[in-house]
Design a binder for this molecule. Structure first.
Ligand code: NAP
Length: 279
């Protein structure tokens, strides 16, 4: 397992396991299986409706709590100081833990400055080991990084071979904020698992497209949290430390970047209206 050191000195596994769209009733089993296969970092969110499943798994897995790294995120409906503060307590309860390793603002909507103040307070009280944001595009990120008392340790954004976040990374690096990828496989979009460039490189290393894609992100200093409900894929996605991509292979994959989202843009008013409509 390799770790990154966040801007407050906290160590975080560079490879973890995500549970977005994992049904709540399957989450405990999936997370237990992931932990049995070596994963130590688990990424959930209030909005996923499966924090309880993660909590059950971490309390039953037999791995000491301090060896695990648990991330959750405050949803838009809990934005604002008072609501965010209450929601942190609720997440702690659901996760069956005294502390959260990394707490993020899920989306830059609503009174997220109020949320951030509640998060800073929880951090100072020792309920949270690191705080940060998610889906903050460079404009929103620069704003909060400048005005917040505690600089975000992490920004979790869509990052994969087709959206490498080259521009955003410049501003994250300037502020010593770690980039964390969501959707490292873009959930399979763009025929991801059949990409010819990734396939050809994989054949040379006797590795799958998924493994090459993760290796690329790891070698690009990105934290990754691939999701799978299947044990064979959990194993496959974890088995990425016995090979290295050459400079030439990294360059070829860099050329796959389109600089665009495969999902949506927070700069698009229709996307923002859609977020408001689901609240
Ligand atoms: N902050 C945010 O707004 C945000 C947004 C999205 C995601 N996230 C986080 O990031 C994590 C990862 O992103 P994601 O779940 O959206 O997508 P992802 O990890 O890019 O892709 C997951 C999809 O790929 C499949 N898959 C996984 N491993 C595979 C393999 N080795 N070969 C073939 N198919 C494979 C999975 O299927 P099976 O499960 O059927 O195996 C699933 O359909 C999430 O779980 C969540 O924790 C955060």
């Amino acid at each position: 397992m390799e770790y990154v050191t966040l801007n407050n000195g906290v160590k975080m596994p560079q490879l973890g396991y995500g549970v977005y769209q994992t049904p709540p009733e399957d989450t405990e089993k999936c997370v237990l299986t992931a932990i049995q296969n070596g994963y130590r970092s688990i990424d959930t969110a209030q909005a996923y409706g499966n924090e309880e499943g993660v909590g059950e798994a971490i309390s039953k897995c037999g791995v000491p709590r301090e060896e695990l790294f648990i991330t959750t995120k405050i949803w838009i409906t809990n934005a604002g100081y008072e609501k965010a503060k209450a929601s942190i307590e609720e997440s702690l309860k659901k996760l069956k833990t005294d502390y959260i390793d990394l707490l993020l603002i899920h989306q830059p909507f609503g009174d997220y400055y109020g949320s951030y103040r509640a998060m800073e307070e929880a951090y100072e009280e020792g309920k949270v080991r690191a705080i940060g944001v998610s889906n903050f595009y460079p404009d929103r990120f620069i704003d909060i990084a400048h005005f917040a008392k505690i600089k975000p340790a992490v920004n979790q954004v869509e990052t994969h071979v087709f959206q490498q976040q080259k521009e955003a990374k410049k501003y994250l690096e300037k502020n010593h904020t770690q980039i964390m990828s969501w959707g490292p496989f873009a959930e399979g979009r763009n025929d991801y698992f059949n990409n010819p460039v990734l396939k050809e490189i994989g054949e040379k290393h006797e590795k799958s497209v998924a493994q090459v894609a993760l290796r690329f992100l790891l070698q690009s200093n990105v934290v990754v949290i691939p999701k799978s409900v299947h044990e064979n894929r959990m194993k496959e996605n974890f088995d990425v430390y016995d090979f290295e991509l050459t400079k030439d292979e990294m360059k070829k994959i860099e050329e796959l970047d389109t600089g665009k989202s495969l999902f949506f843009s927070h700069y698009d008013p229709e996307t923002v209206e859609w977020f408001m409509s689901i609240l």
